[in-house]
Design a protein around this ligand. Structure first.
Ligand SMILES: Nc1c(NC[C@H](O)[C@H](O)[C@H](O)CO)[nH]c(=O)[nH]c1=O
Ligand SMILES: CC(=O)[C@@H](O)COP(=O)(O)O
Length: 161
C-alpha cells in the first residue's frame, strides 16, 4: 500500500540551511518527473534558508550517470552536500534492476568516499503513475524529502565537527 506523504514533515525540526552549499544532479530521463523532483528540492532548500547562489543544479542523461555526475559536483563544485534525483520506471526487461542496483551502490560508495552527504532521491517505480504521485502528486515530492535530509545531515556534521 502507499507510503506516507513524502513532503509532510515538522518544519521546526529542520535547521537553517543559510550557510550550506548544495549540488543537485538530475537525470534527464523521465524529465516530467525528475524536473518536478528538482523543483521541489530547490524550493525546499530555499524554504529553509539556502541562498540561490548556493544551489548548483546539473543534469545527466540518465539515472545510471547520476553517480559520476554527483562525483563531478563533489570534486569540482565545492558543495557541502549533493542531492541525487532520478526516476527509473520498470520496462519489459531486467534493465530496470541493473540501473537501480548501479545507482544505489554508486551513491552509497560516494557517501563513504567523500565523507559528505549524497542523498538518494531516485524514484524506482512499477509505472509512471507511481512516479507522478511522488513528484508533486498525492504522495508529496521525494525532492522535498531529499532536501530536508541533506540539510539535516549537514547539521549533524556541523554539530560534530
Ligand atoms: N530506463 C531508464 C533509464 N535508462 C537509461 C540509463 O539510465 C542510462 O542513461 C543508459 O543505460 C546509458 O548509460 N534511465 C532513467 O533515468 N530512467 C529510466 O526509466
Ligand atoms: C528501466 C529502463 O531502462 C527501461 O526504459 C527499459 O525498458 P525495457 O526493459 O522495456 O527495455
Amino acid at each position: 500500500m502507499a507510503t506516507k506523504n513524502l513532503s509532510e514533515y515538522d518544519l521546526t525540526t529542520v535547521p537553517s540551511a543559510a550557510s550550506m552549499k548544495f549540488g543537485i544532479v538530475v537525470a534527464e530521463w523521465n524529465y516530467e518527473i525528475t524536473g518536478a523532483l528538482a523543483q521541489g528540492a530547490a524550493d525546499t532548500l530555499k524554504r529553509h534558508g539556502a541562498k540561490d547562489e548556493n544551489i548548483i543544479i546539473k543534469h545527466v542523461p540518465g539515472t545510471f550517470e547520476l553517480t559520476l555526475g554527483a562525483q563531478y559536483l563533489a570534486e569540482y563544485a565545492g558543495v557541502d552536500a549533493i542531492i541525487v534525483l532520478g526516476c527509473v520506471i520498470q520496462g519489459e526487461t531486467r534493465h530496470f534492476d541493473f540501473i537501480c542496483q548501479g545507482v544505489t551502490q554508486g551513491i552509497t560508495s560516494l557517501n563513504m568516499k567523500y565523507n559528505k552527504p549524497f542523498i538518494f532521491g531516485v524514484l524506482t517505480t512499477d509505472n509512471q503513475q507511481q512516479a507522478l504521485d511522488r513528484a508533486g502528486g498525492k504522495l508529496g515530492n521525494k525532492g522535498d524529502e531529499a532536501a530536508v535530509t541533506a540539510i539535516k545531515m549537514l547539521a549533524l556534521r556541523n554539530d560534530l565537527k
